[in-house]
Design a protein around this ligand. Structure first.
Ligand SMILES: *Cc1c(COP(=O)(O)O)cnc(C)c1O
Length: 377
């Protein structure tokens, strides 16, 4: 029976998919969870109670109204979408990336993005049989502008993605370099502003300057990862086409209601983001003081570090109940890199202490390796 099922699945499922390995998410139960850029804070108790009342009143027996007019208007008004522009909503920005890729997937189409970058750009391309062309960043993670412009000239990509700030490096690309990319791109340029609350920089206000600029954001990193809501701001001509691909009820009524509530209390989330920005900077200082740890400047709610033996340290942190992200095998530029989400001050302190202990233990076992790492650039 299972042999038959396996053979039939092999016949039916495309080779590209059979060759993929599934997305591995370690069990985080009982862990200090600093692997996924979640906001560690919730609404205060009285607001949680009011949110509960609001959600209890939602008509979950009804389909959503698929135009989402009120939520879209609230997003445009509260989150700075320029007049004359609108948004399309997604079940997380992950879904918007999929919609964009599918919409652009004509034969021969390509997608260009600097790498390392958010994995969904490449994954969605592969699933839609669209060629993905990654252009390596410079070693300091700035855009390699000549290489990016050359790839755009050669590939004539339908889509260019730019993380602003980029994940997993945490930096903002230079605005003049982005502008050069936008001016050169023959298709659409999607600025992915998932970390905008922590960067306080945005291309949203520049939408009117470029008809082929699209600005994508999510409420996930701001503190609402569980409700799954992303939005893409663009000129109506783009949205009119993309709306044809959007599953009509892709944002559920509980998400819609929770998002409206969150927008009414945006000040609370903004205060949390400010706290996380300050704690990020304090965390970076602490990490740099450990010695043997290279800390990359971040404008997001995570800090990327390079440390000798990162993969072994990741396992040692796991044993100490601290879950971070080992990005060392994602791209050669990220060799020996770990991505650390900024949590509460207590979580950050526990993570730094665990890292310090793990490094000391590694030094006892491999004294030579660690002294070599100190000399590394
Ligand atoms: C987390 C993240 C997203 C996806 O966010 P969701 O809305 O949760 O799907 C998109 N882009 C980047 C760069 C991210 O880091």
């Amino acid at each position: 029976m299972s042999d038959f099922a396996g053979e039939r699945a092999r016949d039916v499922i495309r080779a590209e998919i059979r060759q993929m390995s599934g997305y591995q998410v370690p069990d985080a139960a009982g862990m200090i969870k600093l692997d996924a850029m979640e906001n560690p804070y919730h609404f205060p108790p009285e607001l949680r109670a009011r949110l509960g009342e609001r959600l209890a009143a939602v008509a979950i027996n009804r389909y959503p109204v698929p135009t989402y007019t009120a939520l879209k208007a609230a997003i445009c008004e509260r989150l700075g979408v320029p007049a004359g522009f609108d948004v399309i909503l997604g079940n997380g920005s992950d879904e918007l990336i999929t919609l964009l890729t599918v919409a652009a997937a004509r034969p021969g189409a390509s997608i260009v993005a600097p790498v390392p970058a958010f994995v969904m750009y490449e994954l969605s391309a592969r699933l839609a049989s669209v060629r993905f062309v990654g252009v390596a960043l410079a070693p300091d993670f700035s855009l390699d502008l000549p290489a990016t412009l050359a790839a755009i000239e050669r590939e004539r990509p339908a889509l260019v993605y730019l993380g602003y700030p980029n994940n997993p490096t945490g930096n903002l690309y230079d605005d003049a370099a982005i502008e050069a990319v936008v001016r050169a791109a023959p298709g659409a340029v999607v600025i992915d502003e998932a970390y905008q609350p922590f960067a306080q920089a945005s291309w949203m206000s520049r939408l009117p300057e470029f008809g082929h600029l699209l600005v994508m954001r999510t409420v996930s990193k701001l503190g609402l990862a569980g409700i799954r809501l992303g939005y893409l701001a663009a000129a109506p001509a783009w949205l009119e086409q993309l709306e044809k691909l959007r599953p009509p009820y892709n944002v559920n009524v509980l998400t819609e209601s929770a998002a409206m509530f969150a927008l009414e209390h945006l000040d609370v989330l903004e205060r949390q983001a400010a706290q996380l920005r300050a704690d990020r900077d304090a965390l970076a200082v602490r990490l740099a003081a450990l010695g043997g740890v290279e800390v990359f400047a971040s404008q997001a709610n995570f800090v990327l570090i390079r440390v000798a033996g990162a993969a072994a340290l990741w396992r040692a942190l796991l044993e100490r109940k601290v879950l971070v992200k080992d990005v060392g095998r994602m791209h050669p530029l990220l060799a020996d890199c770990l991505r650390l989400t900024v949590g509460t001050p207590q979580e950050n302190a526990a993570m730094v202490a665990a890292l310090e202990q793990a490094m000391a233990a590694a030094r006892r076992v491999h004294p030579i390796q660690v002294s070599d790492a100190r000399k590394a650039p």
